[in-house]
Design a protein around this ligand. Structure first.
Ligand SMILES: Cc1cc2nc3c(=O)[nH]c(=O)nc-3n(C[C@H](O)[C@H](O)[C@H](O)COP(=O)(O)OP(=O)(O)OC[C@H]3O[C@@H](n4cnc5c(N)ncnc54)[C@H](O)[C@@H]3O)c2cc1C
Length: 401
């Protein structure tokens, strides 16, 4: 049976998988053979006036810049700028107020639909020669001479690559096939997402409330929907509450979100339905194996309270691009050389653990509803830290990474 050979084969065509494939073309050059294996075809692009889908990401400025430099063009009508962020503690008082001006930039981040982001990166990657193969990866095997890895598809086809990037998401099946150990911790919360139209403009401000019951509500700016300002909601709450929110009538959902957000944003209608996602912390003691590397949520899923999941994955891609560009020529252009994978492991360990510790620590501090001292510490600590220039700088650099 004839085999297709790649330098880099990415399994999983989510935003991170495509960003890594693009990074391979950028870092290794136009002669590198780079492929993405994805189980479903890319959905057609949404028409210009279609309302935004419920799943959106806040993509930080540093990642936006890197994507733009790599030729990714995000459709303006499917994204909205975030210029300020306001966070409220359990007592309802403003605990943090950060603006892009504090970091000397025009924006903190952009809110972009999942499909629009994935499409834009995929389009740029394919225009630069990355190939897409539709199929389901089921197994990994060592290639001949240990210098290659084989990916087996459900139709028994074998694809062969110098390095296989496992980017098949938090529920990855290929991770275990690669022998990579994963530690899962399910949060006692689901993330409920829905979009709302507003009576008044959101002025590019993202809002977040750490509520008294331990749930966390975020309302993020969206582009206008049929001429009306709009926001995207992520409400992290216990599964029973998530189920109830998803089953509510539109009027009841609007009322529930208005009540929880102290009516700060004049919500007036639901745009599309609500959906719920289970939330988990997923950590890999080591994302690197023999000629395999886990990236994105397959390597480090986290609580969405800081909106950093996809950003950490896009940072994985930036690191790979730099390693392939600067160090691959020293190892004969071998994209999966152990020296490169070892460097990747060292460079990504600290920033990934730091972001997971920060989001998990914040979740625990604010979810301690049974412990009055910790509850008070959460609100007071956030306000106190919010005044410290060093903490504000740290927050800004995370938002802008
Ligand atoms: C409620 C919620 C809100 C969030 N909000 C934000 C936010 O505001 N900002 C942010 O940065 N992050 C956010 N996140 C996190 C974000 O969703 C993830 O970090 C992001 O989707 C990870 O992208 P990925 O490409 O690694 O994986 P995924 O998006 O999960 O993509 C994996 C891909 O692999 C494919 N696949 C799976 N198995 C196979 C196989 N065997 N063979 C071939 N293909 C396969 C799938 O079809 C899929 O396309 C949020 C998450 C949740 C749950």
């Amino acid at each position: 049976m004839s085999r297709v050979h790649f330098d880099v084969l990415v399994v999983g065509g989510g935003p991170v998988g495509w960003a890594c494939a693009l990074a391979a073309r950028q870092g290794l050059g136009a002669t590198a053979r780079v492929g993405v294996l994805e189980r479903s075809a890319l959905p057609p692009e949404a028409p210009t006036d279609a309302p935004p889908a419920a799943r959106v990401y806040t993509v930080a400025v540093g990642n936006l810049r890197a994507l733009a430099e790599a030729g990714v063009r995000i459709r303006g009508e499917r994204a909205a700028d975030v210029t300020a962020m306001r966070v409220f503690g359990r007592d309802g008082a403003l605990a943090l107020d950060v603006s892009a001006d504090d970091g000397g930039d025009d924006i903190l981040a952009r809110v972009i639909e999942h499909d629009a982001l994935t499409h834009a990166i995929a389009r740029a990657a394919m225009a630069q020669g990355v190939t897409l193969r539709i199929g389901v990866a089921t197994e990994l095997h060592d290639g001949e001479g240990a210098a290659r890895k084989l990916v087996e598809l459900d139709d028994r086809t074998l694809l062969d690559a110098r390095v296989v990037l496992i980017a098949d998401g938090a529920g990855s099946t290929l991770r275990a096939a690669a022998g990579l150990d994963a530690r899962h911790h399910a949060y006692p919360q689901c993330g409920v997402v829905a979009n709302f139209a507003l009576r008044e403009a959101h002025r590019g401000t993202a809002h977040q409330w750490f509520l008294a019951d331990g749930s966390i509500l975020a309302l993020l700016p969206l582009p206008e929907v049929r001429g009306e300002p709009a926001v995207s909601m992520v409400w992290s709450c216990p599964p029973t509450q998530a189920q109830a929110l998803c089953a509510m009538s539109d009027a009841a959902l609007v009322a529930a979100v208005r009540a929880a957000s102290a009516d700060a944003l004049s919500l007036c209608a639901v745009v599309g339905g609500a959906r719920s996602f289970p939330l988990q912390l997923l950590r890999l003691p080591d994302p690197v194996g023999a000629r395999v590397l886990a990236v994105g949520d397959a390597a480090h899923a986290m609580h969405p309270l800081a909106g950093q999941g996809v950003n950490v994955g896009l940072a994985d891609a930036r690191t790979l691009r730099d390693l392939w560009r600067d160090d691959a020529p020293r190892v004969g252009g071998d994209a999966g050389h152990p020296l490169l994978l070892g460097r990747y492991r060292r460079q990504r360990y600290a920033p990934t653990v730091a972001m997971q510790l920060a989001t998990d620590g914040l979740f625990r501090l604010y979810n301690a509803t049974e412990h009055p001292l910790l509850m008070a510490a959460g609100d007071a600590g956030m306000r106190l830290f919010g005044q410290l220039p060093a903490f504000r700088r740290m927050l800004l650099s995370a938002a802008m990474q």
